[in-house]
Design a protein around this ligand. Sequence first.
Ligand code: SF4
Length: 540
Amino acid sequence: MEAQEVVYLPISQVAEVAYCPRNFYYRAVEKVDLTDARMAQGSIAERKRDTRATIMREGKLQVRSVTVSSETLGVIGVIDVLEEGEFPCPVEYKTGSADEGLYERVQLCLQAMCLEETLGRVIPYGYLYYAGSRRRVCVDFDHILREKTLECVSEARRLLDSPTRPEPVNDWRCPGCSLLPICMPSEDRFLDGAGPKPRKPLPSLGIERVLYVDEQGAYLRKDGSRLAVTKDGQTLASIPLAHVDQLVLAGNVNLSTPLLKHLLRYDVEVVLLNAYGKYEGRFTPELSKNSVLRLRQYERSRDELFRVQVAKGMVAGKVHNMRAFLMRGNRSRGSAELETSIQRLTALVPSVERAVNLETLLGLEGAASHAYFQGFAALLGKDVAFDFQKRTRRPPKDPVNALLSLGYTLLCTDCITAAQVAGLDPYVGFYHIPIHGRPALALDLMEEFRVVVVDSVVLALINKGSIRPDDFEEKYGGWFLTERGREKFYAAYGQRKNTEVTHPIFDYTLPYRRVLELQARLLSKVVMDDIPAYQAFVTR
Ligand code: SF4
């Protein structure tokens, strides 16, 4: 029989168990990595320290970056400094200014236990060095710390095989935790009815600062630390690369391979639309290696009961937002058509709540959309040059439908991004059936946002006269925006995404682009059973 290979766990990861088992699970099992400023600072400081392998300090030889491991414990790590003296003494460098707790002592103790196994001698103590206060703290490796350290190792091994995330610790550790925007412990507690409304989350990876380029024939390249947009030998724009979070290219726009590589390396995704704004594909950096979540998502996408439960939340949210939008529009109009649509939507609400299968929900959603778009026509100003009878697509049969179609395409792109940022597969949905090449989950996520993000932009552009009939052209049996029309739409859509809105569940304000991401994260929590049900984003 072959000997079983030992799977070595990084010492720093095992020590995370002492800090928060959920944190360990995110990093070791789900491979989430959201390096925060403190950790980045630590690694920069580490790189600086590495420049000299050995030094003499107060007459003692110090050796830097010593790799240690233990076959018995199955752990491996690097000791920052090994100081020679009566015995080899491990010293761990920290960027902070004070003893931050058990986590650091467990890390140091594990390093010492590895040394003991290798050298066959006892290491009685080590040091934590705090760069912030330039203080050395002596840590005794007594039996209590050793027992705690061994507990962390066995708990880490147990968690590696566990299908479920540990509960959030939800205490003083969370505010300083780099995983807070992903873990959202306060939101979990609030949704479980066990805690107060949470405070606004820390900003995480943003999808703001989107650069749209739809100048046909343009060429984008890396020019030092800037992104240059050129055409026919002329530089049209030069933008610092550090200011770009997402690049959207529409139509015949090219970019150089060095630029593409640079963008992907720095987690900037590149989205490709065709000249009419239809989503064609994307280059995505490796944002999430969240395989546990994805496996669970695939499992749940085959669970009919789960799908109905999630889809109900989404359809209910969509119907609510349609109704609220028409009601707001009717405050100043007092239109009978609008009132009829509102009443029809109101009548559908209990049926959505009672629905027991996806077919029923699809039928109800279809009826709701029909009622809504009849009312939507009445929201267009009397003196505008556009007419709207009903929703048409592929191709849109009039300019209003052309605007709606372009808006939904952009929203779908943003929902794909939101799903990916949350670690979900955007192509495996719960409400929408997965069809080859269709981003079913993004379509699920966008249901509750269609009206509040896209339709409101379309209505404002038309009623304020910002978009005119000559911003459209009729071809291929449908209506499409001209280049100038698209520019106007992109600008208005971008503005809408940056509009701050109060989240109805948590009561803090966020721009819509962050709300998309938050909803995707809530959905991922439902998938992982962290929270019981999906609650859509609804307007008041
Ligand atoms: S936010 Fe809190 S519960 Fe979540 S991983 Fe961090 S410390 Fe643990």
